[in-house]
Structures are given as structure tokens and as C-alpha cells.
Design a protein around this ligand. Structure first.
Ligand SMILES: [Fe+2]
Ligand SMILES: [Fe+2]
Length: 182
């Protein structure tokens, strides 16, 4: 049984503001990739999908004179740090298990090495952290176009609900196994 569903996260005003700012279609696509990779690699699909859904919620809009300034963004961006903090606060507020909230927000923190003095491959990332970084990469488009892909509210909501169902289904066998082990 999960404490918090993706649908609850999706409907929260903080998500509506920050996940949408960075691109709702990208967040949903990344969470589906993360779910599939987690199932394939025997990692918690719930944490993977949540971390991927929230991974870019720390984005700030870097505009100068009404135009997106890529240099300003590249030199000053800390979206992974801000995203990790926002994700953690949101999850705790919604009643997420504190250990899961930490695991998810650290995966958000490490989804990119853009703010780090070392490359990703110099870190010993956990399987979950690698999955979230890979899920983001799988949905990336040249020139950051994945941040601007449009999705209707209706479609977004439906995809989130369907992913919740897939997660419940994926978690079921291990829950049944645990019960039978006792
Ligand atoms: Fe990112
Ligand atoms: Fe991303």
C-alpha cells in the first residue's frame, strides 16, 4: 500500500505550478520510462516514477529582456537542488513515508550533474538514481525542446491515473509474497 499516489502529487498546487513550468509532458514521459526501468531492474517502481515525475520541479525561468537566456541558465542553474527540496517538502506534506521522501528527493538531486564539480560517472549512484537520470535522458530532445512539449490536462490526468494503476499492479506480487513468507 502506497502512502501517496501520483494522482495526489499531480493535483497539488505546488506540482501544478512547478512541474508545469518545466514541462508536464516531459515529466510524465520520464515517469513512464522510470517505471519501466525500475520494474526491469527490480527497483521500487513507485519511488522511481515519483522521482522522475518531480525531477525538474526546481527549474527557474531564466529570461533577459523577455528572451530565454541559455548562458544565464547554464552558468547559474541549480534546478536539481531546488527540485530536491521542493519534492521533499511536497511529499512530506502529502504524507509520504519519510524514508521514501528522502530516497525520491535525493534521486531528484542527482538526476543531473550540471551543478556538480564532477561528472555523474565519478559518483556511485544507486540503481534508483541511475534510473531517474536515464529516464530523463530518454525523453530529452535537442535544444531543450522536451520542456515545451504540450499535453492536455485531460490526457495528463489519464496518463497519471494509468501509471498509478501500473505501479499498484507491479507492487502487488511482492506484497503477496511478503504475506506468504510470514
Ligand atoms: Fe533536469
Ligand atoms: Fe528533465
Amino acid at each position: 500500500m502506497r502512502n501517496v499516489t501520483l494522482e495526489q502529487i499531480y493535483e497539488h498546487p505546488v506540482t501544478q505550478k512547478y512541474v508545469k513550468r518545466a514541462g508536464l509532458a516531459h515529466a510524465i514521459a520520464a515517469s513512464y520510462h522510470a517505471f519501466r526501468l525500475a520494474v526491469k531492474n527490480n527497483t521500487n517502481p513507485d519511488s522511481a516514477a515519483k522521482a522522475a515525475f518531480l525531477h525538474d520541479m526546481g527549474h527557474y525561468t531564466w529570461y533577459r529582456d523577455g528572451q530565454w537566456d541559455f548562458d544565464l541558465y547554464r552558468n547559474n542553474d541549480i534546478h536539481a537542488i531546488k527540485g530536491a527540496e521542493r519534492a521533499h517538502k511536497l511529499l512530506i506534506r502529502l504524507g509520504e513515508d519519510p524514508a521514501a521522501a528522502k530516497e525520491i528527493s535525493v534521486a531528484v538531486l542527482l538526476h543531473t550533474d550540471s551543478f556538480l564539480p564532477v561528472d555523474h560517472d565519478q559518483l556511485q549512484l544507486s540503481t534508483l538514481q541511475q534510473i531517474v537520470a536515464k529516464a530523463d535522458e530518454l525523453d530529452e530532445e535537442p535544444e531543450g525542446k522536451h520542456h515545451y512539449r504540450w499535453i492536455s490536462e485531460r490526457r495528463a490526468h489519464r496518463q497519471i491515473v494509468e501509471l498509478d494503476q501500473l505501479i499498484d499492479k507491479a507492487l502487488k506480487p511482492s506484497a503477496e509474497k511478503q504475506t506468504s513468507d510470514i
